[in-house]
Ligand binder design. Structure first.
Ligand SMILES: [Zn+2]
Length: 77
């Protein structure tokens, strides 16, 4: 066994603890960020008039374009 003085032991302990916290934090934030922007393909609309692509998760068959205010009908079921 190698000899370690108390300051080196505290430094190793704090470094390992800090790296563990950073690792868990990054994993948590990454999973939460991807879940926040996870959009179902049926919620993505393409406007037939202005070709604007937008997300509308409230309507299933008829949606209003936020850009040009025209109505778009879902053609593919
Ligand atoms: Zn439009």
């Amino acid at each position: 066994m190698f000899a370690v003085d108390i300051s080196t032991a505290v430094l190793i302990y704090l470094s390992v603890t800090l790296l563990g916290v950073i690792f868990i934090w990054v994993r948590f934030e990454r999973s939460r960020a991807f879940r926040k922007y996870d959009v179902h393909p049926k919620e993505v609309w393409n406007c037939e008039i202005c070709t604007y692509t937008y997300v509308d998760s409230l309507h299933q068959t008829l949606s209003r374009c936020p850009q040009c205010k025209s109505w778009n009908r879902r053609t593919v079921s």
